[in-house]
Design a protein around this ligand. Structure first.
Ligand code: PYC
Length: 431
Protein backbone atom coordinates (compact mmCIF):
# COMPACT_ATOMS: atom_id res chain seq x y z
CA UNK A 1 0.00 0.00 0.00
CA UNK A 2 1.33 3.45 -0.85
CA UNK A 3 1.65 6.23 1.67
CA UNK A 4 -0.62 9.05 0.71
CA UNK A 5 -0.59 12.25 2.66
CA UNK A 6 -3.62 14.39 1.89
CA UNK A 7 -3.75 17.92 3.13
CA UNK A 8 -7.27 19.22 3.23
CA UNK A 9 -6.91 22.97 3.34
CA UNK A 10 -10.07 24.17 1.73
CA UNK A 11 -10.20 26.27 -1.37
CA UNK A 12 -7.14 28.34 -2.23
CA UNK A 13 -8.17 31.93 -1.70
CA UNK A 14 -6.78 35.39 -1.79
CA UNK A 15 -8.53 35.85 1.53
CA UNK A 16 -7.47 33.71 4.45
CA UNK A 17 -10.05 33.39 7.21
CA UNK A 18 -11.76 36.44 5.77
CA UNK A 19 -8.70 38.72 5.70
CA UNK A 20 -6.91 39.87 2.57
CA UNK A 21 -3.25 38.93 2.16
CA UNK A 22 -2.34 42.63 2.48
CA UNK A 23 -4.24 42.91 5.78
CA UNK A 24 -2.44 39.84 7.11
CA UNK A 25 0.94 41.35 6.23
CA UNK A 26 0.01 44.70 7.82
CA UNK A 27 -1.14 42.87 10.94
CA UNK A 28 2.11 40.89 11.05
CA UNK A 29 4.04 44.18 10.91
CA UNK A 30 1.95 45.54 13.76
CA UNK A 31 0.37 48.17 11.51
CA UNK A 32 -3.24 47.00 11.36
CA UNK A 33 -5.41 49.06 13.67
CA UNK A 34 -8.71 47.81 12.29
CA UNK A 35 -8.20 44.12 13.06
CA UNK A 36 -11.67 42.76 13.79
CA UNK A 37 -12.40 40.43 16.69
CA UNK A 38 -13.07 36.86 15.60
CA UNK A 39 -16.11 36.69 17.87
CA UNK A 40 -17.90 39.38 19.84
CA UNK A 41 -18.50 39.85 23.56
CA UNK A 42 -22.09 40.38 24.75
CA UNK A 43 -24.05 41.22 27.84
CA UNK A 44 -25.89 38.14 29.07
CA UNK A 45 -29.51 38.18 27.87
CA UNK A 46 -32.30 37.22 30.23
CA UNK A 47 -33.44 34.30 28.07
CA UNK A 48 -32.26 32.12 25.19
CA UNK A 49 -33.93 29.36 23.19
CA UNK A 50 -30.94 27.09 23.81
CA UNK A 51 -28.13 27.29 26.38
CA UNK A 52 -25.04 25.21 25.70
CA UNK A 53 -22.75 24.57 28.65
CA UNK A 54 -19.12 24.21 27.57
CA UNK A 55 -17.22 26.30 25.01
CA UNK A 56 -15.12 23.53 23.52
CA UNK A 57 -15.39 22.02 20.06
CA UNK A 58 -18.54 20.06 20.90
CA UNK A 59 -20.45 23.02 22.31
CA UNK A 60 -19.31 25.38 19.57
CA UNK A 61 -20.07 22.87 16.82
CA UNK A 62 -23.57 22.27 18.20
CA UNK A 63 -24.15 26.03 18.31
CA UNK A 64 -22.81 26.47 14.78
CA UNK A 65 -25.01 23.71 13.30
CA UNK A 66 -28.10 24.84 15.24
CA UNK A 67 -27.71 28.23 13.60
CA UNK A 68 -26.42 27.27 10.16
CA UNK A 69 -28.55 24.19 9.47
CA UNK A 70 -31.68 24.87 11.50
CA UNK A 71 -31.93 28.64 11.78
CA UNK A 72 -31.88 28.51 15.61
CA UNK A 73 -29.74 31.49 16.49
CA UNK A 74 -31.02 32.62 19.89
CA UNK A 75 -28.34 30.44 21.47
CA UNK A 76 -25.81 31.09 24.25
CA UNK A 77 -22.62 29.10 24.73
CA UNK A 78 -21.42 29.40 28.33
CA UNK A 79 -17.78 28.75 29.10
CA UNK A 80 -16.37 29.14 32.58
CA UNK A 81 -12.81 29.68 31.28
CA UNK A 82 -11.88 30.58 27.72
CA UNK A 83 -13.06 28.98 24.49
CA UNK A 84 -11.13 25.80 23.77
CA UNK A 85 -9.31 25.90 27.13
CA UNK A 86 -10.37 22.40 28.16
CA UNK A 87 -10.01 19.12 26.28
CA UNK A 88 -10.37 20.89 22.92
CA UNK A 89 -7.01 22.58 23.31
CA UNK A 90 -5.30 19.78 25.25
CA UNK A 91 -5.83 16.75 23.05
CA UNK A 92 -3.23 15.35 20.68
CA UNK A 93 -5.25 16.38 17.60
CA UNK A 94 -5.68 12.92 16.06
CA UNK A 95 -8.60 12.09 13.77
CA UNK A 96 -9.53 8.63 12.53
CA UNK A 97 -12.55 6.36 12.07
CA UNK A 98 -11.03 2.87 12.36
CA UNK A 99 -13.17 1.78 15.29
CA UNK A 100 -14.27 -1.67 16.36
CA UNK A 101 -18.07 -1.55 16.48
CA UNK A 102 -20.25 -0.86 13.43
CA UNK A 103 -21.95 1.94 15.41
CA UNK A 104 -18.62 3.56 16.27
CA UNK A 105 -17.24 3.25 12.73
CA UNK A 106 -20.31 4.86 11.14
CA UNK A 107 -20.31 7.67 13.67
CA UNK A 108 -16.60 8.59 13.49
CA UNK A 109 -16.61 8.22 9.71
CA UNK A 110 -19.25 10.92 9.48
CA UNK A 111 -17.03 13.12 11.64
CA UNK A 112 -14.03 12.54 9.37
CA UNK A 113 -16.15 13.49 6.35
CA UNK A 114 -17.25 16.70 8.08
CA UNK A 115 -13.64 17.44 9.01
CA UNK A 116 -12.55 16.91 5.39
CA UNK A 117 -14.86 19.72 4.32
CA UNK A 118 -14.59 21.94 7.39
CA UNK A 119 -11.91 24.37 6.15
CA UNK A 120 -14.10 25.16 3.16
CA UNK A 121 -17.32 25.28 5.17
CA UNK A 122 -15.91 27.66 7.80
CA UNK A 123 -13.46 29.42 5.44
CA UNK A 124 -10.88 28.81 8.15
CA UNK A 125 -7.90 26.56 7.58
CA UNK A 126 -8.04 23.76 10.15
CA UNK A 127 -4.88 22.18 8.65
CA UNK A 128 -6.27 18.67 8.33
CA UNK A 129 -3.34 16.53 7.23
CA UNK A 130 -4.56 13.04 6.27
CA UNK A 131 -1.17 11.42 6.60
CA UNK A 132 -2.27 7.93 7.62
CA UNK A 133 -2.70 6.34 11.04
CA UNK A 134 -0.99 3.15 12.17
CA UNK A 135 -1.84 1.07 15.24
CA UNK A 136 0.98 -1.37 15.97
CA UNK A 137 0.44 -4.93 17.18
CA UNK A 138 3.13 -6.49 19.36
CA UNK A 139 1.41 -9.79 20.10
CA UNK A 140 -1.03 -12.27 18.58
CA UNK A 141 -4.09 -11.03 20.41
CA UNK A 142 -3.53 -7.41 19.29
CA UNK A 143 -3.01 -8.62 15.74
CA UNK A 144 -6.32 -10.50 15.94
CA UNK A 145 -8.07 -7.32 17.10
CA UNK A 146 -6.46 -5.37 14.22
CA UNK A 147 -7.77 -7.94 11.71
CA UNK A 148 -11.21 -7.73 13.28
CA UNK A 149 -11.18 -3.93 13.09
CA UNK A 150 -9.98 -4.02 9.48
CA UNK A 151 -12.91 -6.26 8.51
CA UNK A 152 -15.49 -4.16 10.37
CA UNK A 153 -14.01 -1.02 8.78
CA UNK A 154 -13.95 -2.42 5.25
CA UNK A 155 -17.57 -3.55 5.51
CA UNK A 156 -18.48 0.12 5.90
CA UNK A 157 -16.18 1.28 3.12
CA UNK A 158 -13.50 2.62 5.48
CA UNK A 159 -9.90 2.29 4.26
CA UNK A 160 -8.17 0.05 6.82
CA UNK A 161 -5.94 -2.96 6.46
CA UNK A 162 -3.39 -5.01 8.34
CA UNK A 163 0.17 -4.47 7.12
CA UNK A 164 3.45 -6.19 8.00
CA UNK A 165 6.75 -4.89 9.43
CA UNK A 166 8.28 -4.08 6.03
CA UNK A 167 5.43 -1.82 5.07
CA UNK A 168 5.45 -0.27 8.54
CA UNK A 169 9.13 0.58 8.12
CA UNK A 170 8.48 2.08 4.71
CA UNK A 171 5.69 4.29 6.05
CA UNK A 172 7.47 5.29 9.27
CA UNK A 173 11.25 4.81 8.95
CA UNK A 174 12.14 5.77 12.56
CA UNK A 175 10.30 2.72 13.93
CA UNK A 176 12.49 -0.19 15.00
CA UNK A 177 10.87 -3.23 13.38
CA UNK A 178 13.71 -5.66 14.11
CA UNK A 179 12.79 -8.97 15.73
CA UNK A 180 15.17 -8.63 18.66
CA UNK A 181 13.57 -5.64 20.41
CA UNK A 182 11.78 -6.00 23.73
CA UNK A 183 8.37 -5.60 22.03
CA UNK A 184 8.76 -6.90 18.46
CA UNK A 185 6.22 -5.53 15.99
CA UNK A 186 4.12 -8.21 14.28
CA UNK A 187 1.98 -5.92 12.15
CA UNK A 188 -0.23 -2.85 12.25
CA UNK A 189 -3.70 -1.67 11.38
CA UNK A 190 -3.09 0.97 8.72
CA UNK A 191 -5.80 3.57 8.14
CA UNK A 192 -4.80 6.03 5.37
CA UNK A 193 -7.56 8.65 5.94
CA UNK A 194 -6.53 9.20 9.57
CA UNK A 195 -4.29 12.10 10.47
CA UNK A 196 -3.92 15.26 12.50
CA UNK A 197 -5.76 18.57 12.60
CA UNK A 198 -4.92 21.93 14.15
CA UNK A 199 -7.26 21.68 17.15
CA UNK A 200 -7.23 25.39 18.10
CA UNK A 201 -8.22 26.25 14.54
CA UNK A 202 -11.28 24.02 14.86
CA UNK A 203 -12.30 25.94 18.00
CA UNK A 204 -11.72 29.33 16.39
CA UNK A 205 -13.41 28.34 13.12
CA UNK A 206 -16.58 27.10 14.80
CA UNK A 207 -16.61 30.05 17.20
CA UNK A 208 -16.32 32.56 14.37
CA UNK A 209 -18.90 30.68 12.31
CA UNK A 210 -21.40 30.56 15.18
CA UNK A 211 -20.80 34.23 16.02
CA UNK A 212 -21.53 35.25 12.44
CA UNK A 213 -24.96 33.60 12.70
CA UNK A 214 -25.71 35.58 15.86
CA UNK A 215 -24.95 32.92 18.48
CA UNK A 216 -23.63 34.52 21.68
CA UNK A 217 -20.39 33.14 23.10
CA UNK A 218 -19.91 33.94 26.78
CA UNK A 219 -16.49 33.28 28.26
CA UNK A 220 -15.75 33.60 31.99
CA UNK A 221 -19.34 32.58 32.64
CA UNK A 222 -19.68 29.72 35.08
CA UNK A 223 -22.87 27.71 35.46
CA UNK A 224 -23.78 27.56 39.15
CA UNK A 225 -27.11 25.75 38.97
CA UNK A 226 -29.94 24.62 36.72
CA UNK A 227 -33.54 24.96 37.88
CA UNK A 228 -36.35 22.69 36.81
CA UNK A 229 -40.02 22.58 37.57
CA UNK A 230 -42.43 19.80 36.66
CA UNK A 231 -39.47 17.80 35.30
CA UNK A 232 -38.66 20.51 32.73
CA UNK A 233 -35.63 22.81 32.56
CA UNK A 234 -36.60 26.43 33.33
CA UNK A 235 -33.53 28.41 34.26
CA UNK A 236 -29.73 28.40 34.32
CA UNK A 237 -27.98 30.24 37.17
CA UNK A 238 -24.60 31.63 36.18
CA UNK A 239 -21.84 33.72 37.71
CA UNK A 240 -23.15 36.63 35.58
CA UNK A 241 -26.85 36.26 36.31
CA UNK A 242 -29.81 34.00 35.58
CA UNK A 243 -31.03 32.89 32.17
CA UNK A 244 -34.51 31.59 31.39
CA UNK A 245 -34.44 28.70 28.91
CA UNK A 246 -36.26 25.47 28.16
CA UNK A 247 -33.27 23.71 26.59
CA UNK A 248 -29.83 23.06 28.06
CA UNK A 249 -27.14 20.98 26.36
CA UNK A 250 -24.33 19.70 28.58
CA UNK A 251 -21.21 19.71 26.38
CA UNK A 252 -18.61 19.70 29.12
CA UNK A 253 -15.66 17.38 29.63
CA UNK A 254 -14.21 16.92 33.09
CA UNK A 255 -17.20 18.69 34.64
CA UNK A 256 -19.98 16.69 33.00
CA UNK A 257 -20.97 14.82 36.18
CA UNK A 258 -21.15 18.10 38.10
CA UNK A 259 -23.45 19.71 35.51
CA UNK A 260 -25.59 16.55 35.37
CA UNK A 261 -25.87 16.64 39.18
CA UNK A 262 -27.53 20.05 38.96
CA UNK A 263 -30.62 18.38 37.51
CA UNK A 264 -30.22 14.99 39.19
CA UNK A 265 -29.19 13.10 36.02
CA UNK A 266 -26.86 10.23 36.83
CA UNK A 267 -24.38 8.77 34.35
CA UNK A 268 -21.71 6.10 34.79
CA UNK A 269 -18.74 8.43 34.34
CA UNK A 270 -15.40 8.59 36.12
CA UNK A 271 -12.96 11.39 35.40
CA UNK A 272 -9.24 10.74 34.91
CA UNK A 273 -6.39 12.89 33.65
CA UNK A 274 -4.68 12.16 30.35
CA UNK A 275 -1.20 13.57 29.92
CA UNK A 276 0.70 14.50 26.80
CA UNK A 277 4.01 16.12 25.87
CA UNK A 278 5.68 17.88 22.98
CA UNK A 279 9.33 18.07 21.83
CA UNK A 280 11.36 20.83 20.30
CA UNK A 281 10.64 21.27 16.56
CA UNK A 282 12.81 19.39 14.05
CA UNK A 283 12.71 18.89 10.28
CA UNK A 284 9.83 16.69 9.12
CA UNK A 285 10.78 12.99 9.30
CA UNK A 286 7.64 11.21 10.51
CA UNK A 287 4.61 11.27 8.28
CA UNK A 288 2.17 8.72 9.70
CA UNK A 289 0.55 8.91 13.14
CA UNK A 290 1.93 5.94 15.09
CA UNK A 291 0.09 4.29 17.99
CA UNK A 292 1.12 1.37 20.16
CA UNK A 293 -1.61 0.05 22.41
CA UNK A 294 0.68 -2.33 24.26
CA UNK A 295 3.25 0.37 24.97
CA UNK A 296 0.55 2.96 25.78
CA UNK A 297 1.97 5.57 23.48
CA UNK A 298 1.20 7.53 20.31
CA UNK A 299 3.47 9.78 18.31
CA UNK A 300 2.86 12.29 15.53
CA UNK A 301 4.79 15.20 14.04
CA UNK A 302 3.02 18.53 13.75
CA UNK A 303 3.24 20.96 10.84
CA UNK A 304 5.66 22.97 13.01
CA UNK A 305 7.97 19.95 13.34
CA UNK A 306 7.34 19.14 17.02
CA UNK A 307 6.69 15.56 18.01
CA UNK A 308 3.51 15.18 20.03
CA UNK A 309 3.44 12.24 22.42
CA UNK A 310 0.45 10.90 24.30
CA UNK A 311 -0.42 7.93 26.46
CA UNK A 312 -3.44 6.31 28.05
CA UNK A 313 -5.32 7.92 30.93
CA UNK A 314 -3.65 8.00 34.34
CA UNK A 315 -4.67 4.91 36.31
CA UNK A 316 -6.74 6.79 38.90
CA UNK A 317 -9.74 9.09 38.92
CA UNK A 318 -9.14 12.74 39.80
CA UNK A 319 -9.68 16.29 38.53
CA UNK A 320 -6.08 17.50 38.51
CA UNK A 321 -4.60 18.54 35.17
CA UNK A 322 -0.98 18.58 36.30
CA UNK A 323 1.76 16.71 34.52
CA UNK A 324 3.91 14.26 36.47
CA UNK A 325 7.53 13.07 36.32
CA UNK A 326 6.34 9.46 36.48
CA UNK A 327 4.44 9.95 33.27
CA UNK A 328 7.34 11.54 31.42
CA UNK A 329 9.75 8.79 32.48
CA UNK A 330 7.39 6.04 31.34
CA UNK A 331 6.48 7.82 28.13
CA UNK A 332 10.10 8.53 27.14
CA UNK A 333 11.04 4.90 27.76
CA UNK A 334 8.19 3.66 25.57
CA UNK A 335 8.84 6.14 22.77
CA UNK A 336 12.52 5.11 22.69
CA UNK A 337 11.58 1.43 22.59
CA UNK A 338 9.65 2.19 19.42
CA UNK A 339 11.98 4.79 17.92
CA UNK A 340 15.46 4.55 19.49
CA UNK A 341 16.78 7.23 17.14
CA UNK A 342 14.90 9.93 19.06
CA UNK A 343 17.10 9.68 22.15
CA UNK A 344 18.66 13.12 21.63
CA UNK A 345 15.39 15.01 21.21
CA UNK A 346 14.43 17.39 24.00
CA UNK A 347 10.97 17.65 25.47
CA UNK A 348 9.62 21.19 25.55
CA UNK A 349 6.59 20.83 27.75
CA UNK A 350 3.91 18.49 29.07
CA UNK A 351 0.31 19.01 30.10
CA UNK A 352 -2.81 17.16 31.14
CA UNK A 353 -6.49 17.20 30.29
CA UNK A 354 -9.55 15.55 31.79
CA UNK A 355 -11.27 12.51 30.31
CA UNK A 356 -14.76 11.42 31.28
CA UNK A 357 -14.63 7.65 30.96
CA UNK A 358 -17.71 5.43 30.53
CA UNK A 359 -17.69 1.66 31.15
CA UNK A 360 -17.93 0.75 27.45
CA UNK A 361 -15.58 3.48 26.13
CA UNK A 362 -18.35 5.04 24.06
CA UNK A 363 -19.88 8.49 24.62
CA UNK A 364 -23.28 9.49 25.98
CA UNK A 365 -25.45 11.56 23.65
CA UNK A 366 -29.11 12.40 23.63
CA UNK A 367 -32.07 13.32 25.80
CA UNK A 368 -32.40 12.52 29.50
CA UNK A 369 -35.26 11.97 31.95
CA UNK A 370 -35.34 15.74 32.54
CA UNK A 371 -37.22 17.48 29.73
CA UNK A 372 -35.02 20.00 27.99
CA UNK A 373 -31.76 18.68 29.47
CA UNK A 374 -29.60 16.96 26.86
CA UNK A 375 -26.12 15.51 27.10
CA UNK A 376 -23.11 15.25 24.80
CA UNK A 377 -20.63 13.86 27.32
CA UNK A 378 -18.50 10.85 28.30
CA UNK A 379 -15.93 11.56 25.63
CA UNK A 380 -13.05 9.72 27.23
CA UNK A 381 -10.02 10.09 24.97
CA UNK A 382 -11.95 10.40 21.69
CA UNK A 383 -13.80 13.72 21.93
CA UNK A 384 -11.71 15.77 19.52
CA UNK A 385 -12.25 13.52 16.54
CA UNK A 386 -16.02 13.47 17.17
CA UNK A 387 -16.61 17.21 17.59
CA UNK A 388 -18.18 17.93 14.20
CA UNK A 389 -20.48 14.91 14.09
CA UNK A 390 -21.65 15.34 17.69
CA UNK A 391 -22.39 18.99 17.06
CA UNK A 392 -24.26 18.16 13.87
CA UNK A 393 -26.31 15.36 15.41
CA UNK A 394 -27.10 17.10 18.69
CA UNK A 395 -28.23 20.18 16.75
CA UNK A 396 -30.56 17.99 14.70
CA UNK A 397 -31.96 16.37 17.84
CA UNK A 398 -32.62 19.76 19.46
CA UNK A 399 -34.14 21.21 16.30
CA UNK A 400 -36.38 18.28 15.38
CA UNK A 401 -37.01 16.54 18.70
CA UNK A 402 -36.04 13.24 17.05
CA UNK A 403 -32.88 11.29 17.88
CA UNK A 404 -30.88 10.80 14.66
CA UNK A 405 -30.02 7.17 13.84
CA UNK A 406 -26.28 7.83 14.02
CA UNK A 407 -26.38 8.68 17.74
CA UNK A 408 -29.27 6.47 18.81
CA UNK A 409 -26.90 3.68 20.03
CA UNK A 410 -25.14 6.12 22.36
CA UNK A 411 -28.13 7.08 24.51
CA UNK A 412 -27.75 7.32 28.27
CA UNK A 413 -30.34 4.55 28.74
CA UNK A 414 -28.10 1.88 27.23
CA UNK A 415 -26.56 1.06 30.59
CA UNK A 416 -29.95 0.25 32.09
CA UNK A 417 -30.98 -1.71 29.00
CA UNK A 418 -27.64 -3.56 28.82
CA UNK A 419 -26.98 -2.49 25.21
CA UNK A 420 -23.36 -1.48 25.50
CA UNK A 421 -21.24 -0.28 22.57
CA UNK A 422 -17.92 -1.85 23.55
CA UNK A 423 -15.11 0.21 22.01
CA UNK A 424 -12.30 -0.59 24.42
CA UNK A 425 -10.35 -2.45 21.72
CA UNK A 426 -10.25 0.65 19.51
CA UNK A 427 -10.96 3.63 21.73
CA UNK A 428 -7.37 4.75 21.97
CA UNK A 429 -4.23 3.18 23.26
CA UNK A 430 -4.67 0.35 25.76
CA UNK A 431 -6.42 1.39 28.95
O1 PYC B 1 -8.46 7.67 20.06
O2 PYC B 1 -7.05 8.21 18.49
C1 PYC B 1 -7.42 8.24 19.65
C2 PYC B 1 -6.66 9.02 20.63
C3 PYC B 1 -5.51 9.66 20.41
C4 PYC B 1 -5.18 10.27 21.60
C5 PYC B 1 -6.12 9.97 22.51
N1 PYC B 1 -7.03 9.22 21.90
Amino acid sequence: MRSRARHTIGRPARKIAGFSAAALVRHGLGEATDWPRVWRAHELERSYDVVIVGGGIHGLAAAYYLASRHGITNVAVLEKGYLGGGGSGRNTAIARSNYLTPEGVAFYDRSLKLYENLSAELNFNIMFSQRGHMTLAHNDSSLRTMRWRAEVNKLQGIESEVIGPEEIKRLAPPIDVSADTRFPILGALYHPPGGIIRHDAVVWGYARGADRYGVQLHQQTEVLGIETSGGQVQKVRTSRGDIATKTVLNCTAGWSSLINDMVGVRAPITTSPLQAAVTEPVKPFLDAVVVSGSLHVYVSQTARGELVFGASVDPFAQYSMRGSLDFIEGLAGNVLTLMPGLSKMRLLRQWGGLCDMTPDYSPLMGTTDVDGFLVDIGWGTYGFKAGPVSGEQMAELIATGRTPALIEPFGIGRFLAGRLVGEKGAASVGH
